[in-house]
Ligand binder design. Structure first.
Ligand code: ANZ
Ligand code: ZN
Length: 861
């Protein structure tokens, strides 16, 4: 008798798929397309358990769709630029390129050992010139189209990584990688005009009906569209040319409650006045020590610096408002200046209380009658209501007053309605070596000159020094020194490289065809895009997913493809979590080091000292609760790891890794293997016409058929909806029925053949190696991976009832057709209504009920 041995089976089938080109996408196929993609990995060196989960989810989807008759595109590649490679160079003297490609080789092997159905012919490496040359061309196209531009701006500077960070990369005021407190700096940077698509990026979210609401909400907030007005205050005491102050407001209805104006620390007026005011200069510098992200400013204490300048109220002649430099006003939002209405804005109220400014309510909250006094304590009134104390706006609703105020501003020519976005243009310049060089040259005479097409790609020099001091490209002796392509005089290459989110913003389109003359073939992109199902982590809800949506629009605008949305369906998988332990010193302990002593107390295996169980947490090295996927595959095989990743939790939720769970999954697969092994010889040969025998099936065999066809129907639904855990449970239930079944008659054997063939196909996407092996053991030629998904027989699934025999005093009196798993009360009620049972009971009520669900009901009376 053979034994389930994944170590032998798995490499064997991987090799067969490879040699056979089983997963090579056929461009000539006339089947409907299905593009499934998992977020590609950063080549850190080893796959982690999160990879195993996400790539299993994608692989089951790809294999299922293939079986359902789709022409599937399922590619894989490497997000290969980025800082860890450069850090390795600094720390260990390995060239980032070598480090990266070595890691890729190791991880590719690990992914292959999982049996993933990728078309490896389309593998991409974003750090290779044949990939990034297209980025350079694309960037120059964007530049031409006005979608890329250069400007001086205040940026988030990471003092440890020595680079600029996008706002999205600043988390609670710290760099997302280094954890260092972010500072502000003024630099000349390249920007991509994501704001040009602000409205569309927002409005089109409603078309993404296969995206999680959570992600859409996060994007909506991030884009942050605000409708309001821009208006100009006349300033008294301001230097020439700076005496009009533009502010953006979403609440023009509260203008009569204005108490002050605030400007950003980097506002031109503040900078002009600081030139002759050291105290102001010091205040500005203090503000610059915190990052530019809103989050930070929101939390910081509100502070201001009173300027020797007043603003004239536009509607109230003679009313003068003090002007402050305020630390909570952002230069990059609206116009970098505000008017403050303390009664109806919390920040303004905090500020007013601190600097003793008037607080004048101008909105009476709905439900508060005219007579009651309108007083503001420590909380601003931000709700709806009726306008008061506001001249020509009095009596209007907030919405009407907004419109009326804008009308008035337009009439007197000092303002207009305006929409503003929280979203800012994407700064893509990074002062790093291991990234795609930005293909421009700076000429003292000609300014910024694009690198001519025939000189692309601009490749990275190999001979660079990594010592952690700034950007190595800057200090390379010759690389940056070139002649100006336009005037021929000495000029200098741009030494900044692109943010690495650049690469991942279009790689999904590159997979549609690896052309050299263009980023991807137009027809192929139009055929394959959008990705039908994208799978990856929720941590990319705004960054990567928003950039990709923008890039797709930008690529469309420059004529590279014709879709707007890159990802039609999105699944965000949860984390894999694991138990944690600490010893009596509070140190983390590996779960393998924990055992129970004679009294059943948890202790450390070596020291015998007490250990306490901690929370179940995301796997992390520091908490010593990491499980290495390669060790799992080594111990149980990839199919067990895959099956476990699909069991227990829905994909969006966290999944707890337990050894017991993995062992359970393994035992189940071994049992299925034994079943097929035992049955194989007695099954009718494949291809035999078993139709008549199947039709003759009855009793337990018929029950098996019913269960089988229901499982086919329901599992298909489960896979379409990504309810993989439910699907696994269903398969195990079906298997249990088979384990209990002993085929005796020819009809039974036919049913066994039908069931074995179907269950192999059903489990194939989840445990593909075992699937292929069982397919062979069951006597089939060819590959399971090329078999269609089984169909269910509708006549076998419609009858969702079972036959329940009813005994009265031990004698069968009737048979009821009832729903499976009916509870006792309902079963008794049904029985008492049955006339044969009634006759048998002859008016007596049963004294005792014996009920075995789905088997028998015995009434004693
Ligand atoms: C006056 C006012 C009165 C405001 C009131 C609010 C409530 P959202 O909705 O997020 O777009 N603002 C404008 N530009 C700013 C900047 N650069 N930095 C900081 N704050 C700025 O917020 C728009 C509101 O935020 C604007 O409306 C403005 O304050 C402030 F009862 O104007 B408001
Ligand atoms: Zn020149």
């Amino acid at each position: 008798m053979a034994r389930y041995n994944p170590k032998a089976i798995e490499p064997k089938w991987q090799q067969v798929w490879d040699e056979n080109g089983t997963f090579t996408t056929d461009e000539a196929s006339s089947k409907p397309k299905y593009y499934v993609l998992e977020m590609f990995p950063y080549p850190s060196g080893r796959i982690h358990i999160g990879h195993v989960r996400v790539y299993t989810l994608g692989d089951v989807t790809a294999r299922y769709r293939r079986a359902k008759g789709y022409n599937v595109l399922h590619p894989m590649g490497w997000d290969a630029f980025g800082m860890p490679a450069e850090n390795a160079a600094i720390e260990r003297g390995i060239h980032p390129g070598k480090w990266t490609y070595d890691n890729i080789a190791a991880m590719r092997g690990q992914l292959k050992s999982m049996g993933l159905s990728y078309d490896w012919n389309r593998e991409i490496f974003t750090c290779a010139p044949d990939y990034y040359v297209h980025e350079q061309r694309m960037f120059l196209k964007f530049l031409e189209a006005g979608l890329a531009y250069r400007k001086e701006s205040w940026v988030n500077w990471d003092p440890v990584d020595q680079t600029v960070l996008a706002n999205e990369q600043v988390i609670e005021g710290r760099g997302w990688r280094s954890g260092a407190l972010v500072e502000r700096r003024k630099l000349s940077q390249w920007f991509l005009k994501i704001t040009a698509f602000g409205d569309d990026l927002l409005d089109s979210l409603s078309t993404l009906d296969r995206w999680p609401d959570r992600v859409k909400t996060m994007q909506e907030r991030w884009i942050g569209r605000s409708e309001g007005a821009r208006l100009s205050f006349r300033l008294e005491g301001a230097p020439e040319g700076l005496d009009g102050l533009e502010v953006f407001t979403t609440r023009p209805d509260t203008l009569f409650g204005a108490a002050f104006c605030g400007i950003a620390p980097n506002h031109p007026l503040a900078e002009a006045l600081a030139a002759s005011d050291p105290e102001l200069a010091a205040f500005i510098e203090e503000c610059n020590r915190t990052g530019t992200s809103e989050e930070v400013l929101e939390k910081a204490e509100k502070k201001g610096y009173r300027l020797p300048v007043d603003a004239e109220h536009p509607f109230v002649p003679g009313l003068k408002l003090p002007v402050y430099v305020a630390n909570f006003v952002l230069m990059e939002y609206g116009s970098g200046a505000i008017f403050g209405c303390p009664a109806h804005d919390q920040r303004d109220l905090d500020f007013a209380r601190k600097y003793d400014l008037p607080v004048k309510p101008v909105v009476r909250p709905a439900g508060l009658d005219d007579a009651s006094p309108l007083e503001i304590g420590s909380e601003a009134l931000t709700g709806d209501g009726v306008i008061v104390n506001s001249g020509f706006l009095d009596g209007l609703s907030v919405a009407d007053a907004k419109r009326r105020a804008i009308e008035e501003l337009e009439k007197i020519g000092i303002g207009k309605g305006e929409t503003t976005f929280r979203l800012r243009d994407w700064g893509v310049s990074r002062q790093r070596y291991w990234g795609c060089p930005i293909p421009v040259i700076h000429c003292p005479d000609c300014g910024v000159v694009p690198v001519p097409e025939d000189q692309l790609p601009v490749t990275l020099p190999e001979d660079v020094v990594f010592d952690g001091q700034g950007n190595p490209l800057d200090r390379h002796p010759s690389w940056a020194h070139v002649d100006c392509p336009s005037c021929g005089r000495p000029a200098r290459r741009e030494t900044d490289t692109f943010d690495t989110f650049f690469e991942s913003s279009w790689y999904f389109a590159r997979y549609t065809g690896l052309t050299t003359d263009r980023p991807f073939p137009r027809e192929a992109a139009d055929k394959w895009m959008p990705v039908d199902q994208y799978i990856g982590g929720i941590e990319h809800a705004v960054l990567h997913l928003l950039y990709s949506r923008f890039f797709t629009r930008a690529m469309r605008e420059v004529g590279l493809l014709d879709v707007k949305e890159p990802f039609a369906g999105l699944l965000t998988q949860g984390m894999v979590v694991h138990e944690t332990y600490k010893d009596d010193q509070g140190r983390w302990v590996f779960p393998e080091e924990v055992t129970k002593d004679a009294d059943g107390q948890l202790v450390h295996v070596e020291t015998g000292r007490p250990v306490t169980r901690g929370r179940i947490e995301k796997m992390s090295k520091s908490k010593r609760n990491v499980v290495d996927p390669m060790a799992i595959i080594e111990a149980y095989g990839a199919d067990t790891a895959r099956l476990f990743m699909l069991s227990d939790s829905p994909p969006e939720r966290d999944l707890e890794w337990t050894d017991a769970g993995a062992e359970g999954a393994h035992r189940y697969l071994a049992r299925l293997y034994r079943l097929v092994d035992e049955w194989a010889a007695a099954l009718p040969a494949p291809g035999t016409d078993i139709g008549a025998d199947l039709a003759a099936a009855e009793g337990a065999a018929l029950e098996i058929r019913r269960k089988l066809h229901r499982t086919i129907r329901d599992l298909s639904e489960d896979l379409e909806r990504f309810h993989f855990n439910k699907g696994v449970a269903r398969l195990r239930e079906l298997s249990n029925a088979l384990f209990d079944f002993t085929p005796a008659s020819p009809a039974d054997a036919a049913v066994a053949r039908e069931a074995v063939d179907a269950i192999i196909r059903l489990i194939g996407p989840m445990t593909p190696h075992l699937g292929e092996e069982l397919w062979r053991m069951a006597g089939h030629d060819g590959l399971l991976a090329e078999q269609p998904w089984p169909d269910f027989d509708p006549t076998l699934v419609t009858v969702d009832t079972i036959t329940l025999p009813v005994q009265v005093n031990g004698k069968v009196r009737s048979k009821l057709d009832v729903a499976p798993d009916l509870d006792q009360d309902a079963a008794v009620e049904r029985a008492l209504a049955d006339h044969k049972v009634k006759t048998a009971l002859d008016g007596r009520t049963p004294r005792k009920v014996i009920y075995v669900p789905n088997r028998i009901l015995n009434l004693i009376g």
